[in-house]
Write a protein that binds this ligand. Structure first.
Ligand SMILES: Cc1cc2nc3c(=O)[nH]c(=O)nc-3n(C[C@H](O)[C@H](O)[C@H](O)COP(=O)(O)O)c2cc1C
Length: 384
């Protein structure tokens, strides 16, 4: 065993045992300021990613494969239905090791056309009593060009890669279309699918892009660019999904669904973080922090939105369900509501690196009990 392997041994053991993560690693991580902990984790993952030995060891402990968990949506094949939500790896730094943590797909970003540092710190807050986070990062990222270079360097990950794009802060709402188009073009070659983020609460004016006319203009322009880049590069067009807020009214959601249909988007990502603060038990000083709330308190609203979309599109539009997924029960709730795939971010922070493996194991147990041939059949039968 070399020095690098010895340094990583305690981390690897913690990765293997969920209990050690919760009793030992999480308290240590949670002692530091949230963004500093996040950066530490990313640096560790980057180092592990560079070592084939560590990468394979993480993979052998944290992944669970069964061909019956494989699902297909918008022309892509997913090893399992659990993805990593946008925001964890904004700059695509650890895309080669994330699949080793069990994820069936990963989404990078939000990436903006211009590099930007985001809002002043502190800008992430933990609410452990609510199993939640509040963040107002404001799309801090190194910009589409730098992210494209990194993706070129790291190579294609072994699972579908989603690229989440947003509007640069300094660009006015009327110039938003060309700003999105720039990122779309720069990242086109690397994305297996795109997510158009019009729902972050932390970029002033961004949510206005969910308004019918603005959204139609944006998605039509992206659809045209999709055809053009596909033709020019002689590669397939990319599925384009839209990520929406949980704070929309049903009328606003109707507008979005009608635009989604007319511009032929491939699916909806529901949902982003909420500006709501209902039913929280954490101290008022934290609850009052501005930003988007994620984690357990978001699950109910996210599921309501998923149900509404599924019913109003007769289950024809794929939905990536996100918001408050911590365990297999939370996944079932989203699948039952009508999601095709799910994503998690806050749950992963609280549950640790063995979370996805455990969920996939539990999914398989449930599947076996029902006698369904595979997850697709199981979901169609709605025996969840
Ligand atoms: C710290 C943090 C940063 C996030 N950054 C982004 C982002 O850049 N783009 C985006 O579309 N969503 C972002 N999100 C939202 C998540 O992708 C997800 O939609 C939301 O947190 C709900 O899922 P969860 O309850 O599993 O965390 C972020 C969430 C958190 C907690």
């Amino acid at each position: 065993m070399d020095t690098q392997q010895r340094t990583f041994l305690p981390v690897i053991i913690a990765v293997k045992y969920a209990m050690i993560y919760k009793r030992l690693v999480r308290p240590l991580l949670f002692r530091a300021e949230p963004e500093a902990s996040h950066e530490r984790v990313l640096v560790l993952l980057e180092r592990a990613q560079r070592s084939p030995f560590l990468k394979n060891m993480v993979g052998s402990w944290c992944t669970y494969h069964d061909p019956r968990l494989r699902v297909e949506y918008f022309g892509l094949s997913f090893l399992n239905p659990i993805g990593l939500a946008a925001g964890f790896d904004k700059d695509a730094r650890v895309i080669q090791i994330l699949p080793k943590l069990g994820f069936g797909f990963i989404e990078i970003g939000t990436v903006t056309a211009r590099a930007q540092s985001g809002n002043p710190k502190p800008r992430i807050f933990r609410l452990p009593q609510d199993r939640a986070l509040i963040n107002r990062l404001g799309f801090n990222n190194s910009g589409a060009e730098a992210v494209a270079e990194r993706l070129e360097q790291l190579g294609k990950p072994p699972v579908p890669l989603g690229v989440n794009i947003g509007k640069s802060r300094d660009v006015g709402i009327d110039e938003a279309v060309s700003d999105y188009l720039y990122s779309f073009e720069k990242l086109f070659r690397f994305a297996d699918y795109f997510v158009v983020n019009v729902s972050s609460p932390n970029t002033p004016g961004l949510r206005q892009l969910q308004d019918r006319e603005r959204l139609e203009e944006l998605l039509s322009a992206l659809a045209k660019a999709n055809e053009k880049h596909g033709r020019d590069l002689e590669i397939n067009q990319r599925p384009i999904l839209v990520k929406i807020a949980p704070d929309l009214s049903w009328e606003q959601l109707d507008d979005i669904l009608s635009v989604a249909e007319s511009t032929r988007v491939a699916g909806i990502v529901a949902t982003n973080t909420t500006i709501g603060r209902e039913r929280l038990v954490s101290p008022g000083s934290v609850v009052r922090e501005a930003g988007g709330l994620s984690g357990a308190p978001l699950a109910k609203r996210s599921n309501e939105i998923i149900t509404y979309i599924s019913q109003h599109t007769e289950g024809k539009l794929p939905i990536i369900g996100v918001g408050g997924v911590f365990n297999a029960e939370d996944v079932f709730d989203k699948l039952k509501a009508g999601a095709s795939l799910v994503q998690t971010y806050t749950g992963f922070i609280y549950e640790g690196p063995s979370m996805v493996k455990q969920i996939n194991r539990d999914l398989m147990k449930k599947l076996e009990r029902t006698g369904a041939k595979n997850l697709s059949e199981f979901m169609e039968a709605k025996e969840l």
